[in-house]
Design a protein around this ligand. Structure first.
Ligand code: NDP
Ligand code: 2IT
Length: 454
């Protein structure tokens, strides 16, 4: 059967069996179509029903999380862990706490994670989890109670050689601490079951910075192919969380100028460059809205989300050389892509997972000259450094920040090389969507074939 027909059949199956899971459908559609050159060259993947198998998680766990708020009332949320693929290693992927979390979101993230993790060259399978719990406005004690209740179910399904969760949106050092404490209380084991741990109790130096730094290392690699460099480039960054902050910090390290950041309420544009000390104080220490940035820097401009025209986002309308979407899925639309192009943007480097909408991606790849780094390659530095944390835990070692950073940079250089060389191999030089998807898929699919019908 021709591969296109096979892909359409599988997408129909996803639509029928996973109704309303739009983000999962979007991610599957992108990956499956980009595999066409490989499927047409090698029949073994279709013959072994790999496509049918890979779009179905090995296991999806959905559970109730009851926790007590500060008023003494019992609250209920939903918890998820989708263990998508263990073909090349134990399940690995973050936990997201955000009111928008549902099964479709967790499945799209877990599906992307399979190929991202394979691309790192490390032995880690793909998973994702989380909850529709909203950490905003909750007290520290409520966050702790929620994390303890969440882990009281999750601990049955994870383990250092089985499934190793980490952070994602709404899950940072504080949450990982509470989750780890509860895991230890329930199992009596002190081991590397979570990554992103505190530096005094098993965490890796450089993990906090890894996704953002890695994203910039990836961009540097891509620009080099076209005889360009980051130095002097004006960069727009969206988000103001873990990935965005350390992307900006590393951009300064390369003498580039990050001029923007955003949160769910609005965007900051600071033409002379975002002041990192102010940003870290607002977001990492005081956990406030970005609006307070303009009190400290009256020459910066704040645009609230509500005041922006439909279909576009203020951050992408700021003229830039490079855009680093680093907040959330589908935050860069077709309207935004066209404005970026007309403003002379040369590269979109995804720090977030699937931040570009399907129609914007189609436009960027087929109708514009903008270079495009897909998230599953560009943001893989976080999970790769998580694996370095697992490796340090297993050998009871602790590497220096510099050692971890050198390993991260080497891994990002290798991921770029793999994605780029695969694009050359399949006659689409520079199309890293195809390059990354084919390279990640091939590794996992070959392992599935070698391991038989399991
Ligand atoms: P954080 O929770 O630290 O920060 C998220 C940022 O994005 C915040 O500024 C938040 O604003 C904003 N944001 C979140 N949801 C929305 C929304 N629906 N609309 C507008 N803004 C939103 O998360 P991370 O920085 O860790 O994650 C950012 C992205 O990077 C995600 O796509 C994540 O999956 C991806 N990623 C993260 C990795 C990691 O190691 N942490 C690794 C690889 C990818 P506000 O505070 O107002 O909600
Ligand atoms: O999307 C991601 O790669 C992450 N949130 C990090 C996962 C991890 O296991 O470190």
């Amino acid at each position: 059967m021709p591969s296109t027909q096979k892909i359409e059949e599988i997408l129909d199956y996803i639509k029928e069996c996973s109704p309303g899971q739009n983000e999962f459908y979007q991610a599957s559609q992108e990956v499956l179509y980009s595999l066409l050159p490989l499927l047409n060259r090698e029949s073994k993947y279709v013959e072994n029903n790999i496509l049918e198998r890979i779009v179905v998680p090995e296991r999806s766990i959905i559970f109730r999380v009851n926790w007590m708020d500060d008023a003494g009332k019992v609250q209920t949320n939903l918890g998820y862990r989708v263990q998508f693929s263990s073909s090349i290693g134990p399940y690995k992927g973050g936990l997201r706490f955000h009111p928008t979390v549902n099964l479709g979101i967790v499945k799209f993230l877990g599906f992307e994670q399979i190929f991202k993790n394979a691309l790192t060259g490390l032995q880690i399978g793909g998973a994702k989890g989380g909850s529709n719990f909203d950490p905003k406005g909750k007290s520290d004690s409520e966050i702790m109670h929620f994390c303890q209740a969440f882990m009281s179910e999750l601990y049955k399904h994870i383990g250092k050689n089985r499934d190793v969760p980490a952070g994602d949106i709404g899950v940072g050092a504080r949450e990982i601490g509470y989750l780890f404490g509860q895991y230890k209380r329930l199992t009596g084991e002190f081991d590397g079951v979570l990554t992103g741990k505190g530096l005094d109790w098993g965490g890796s130096k450089g993990r906090k910075e890894a996704t953002g730094y890695g994203s910039v290392y990836f961009a540097e690699n891509f620009l080099k192919v076209y005889n360009q460099a980051l130095k002097g480039k004006v960069c727009t960054v969206s988000g103001s969380g873990n990935v965005a902050i350390y992307t900006m910090e590393k951009l300064y390290g390369f003498d580039a100028i990050p001029v923007s950041c955003s949160d769910s309420k609005g965007t900051i544009y600071h033409a002379k460059g975002i002041d990192m000390e102010s940003l870290k104080s607002i977001k990492e220490i005081h956990k406030e809205s970005l609006k307070s940035y303009v009190t400290l820097h009256p020459d910066a401009i704040y645009t609230p989300v509500a005041s922006y025209p439909e279909g576009g986002h203020a951050v992408w309308h700021i003229p830039c050389d490079i855009a680093f979407p680093s907040a959330t899925q589908n935050e860069l639309t077709l309207v935004d892509a066209k404005v970026l192009e007309s403003n002379g943007c040369i590269l979109i480097n995804e720090g977030a997972n699937m931040p570009t909408t399907a129609d914007a991606l189609e436009y960027i790849r087929k109708e514009s000259k903008i270079l495009f780094s897909p998230g599953k390659a560009a943001n893989a530095g976080g999970v790769a450094t998580s694996q370095l944390e697992m490796s340090q835990n297993a050998s009871m070692a602790q590497w220096t920040f510099e050692e971890v950073d050198i390993k991260l940079r080497t891994i990002m250089n290798d991921i770029f090389k793999t994605a780029y060389e695969t694009s050359v191999e399949f006659d689409c030089e520079g199309d890293l969507v195809k390059g990354a998807n084919i390279a990640g898929f091939r590794k996992v699919a070959d392992a599935m074939i070698e391991q038989g019908a399991i």
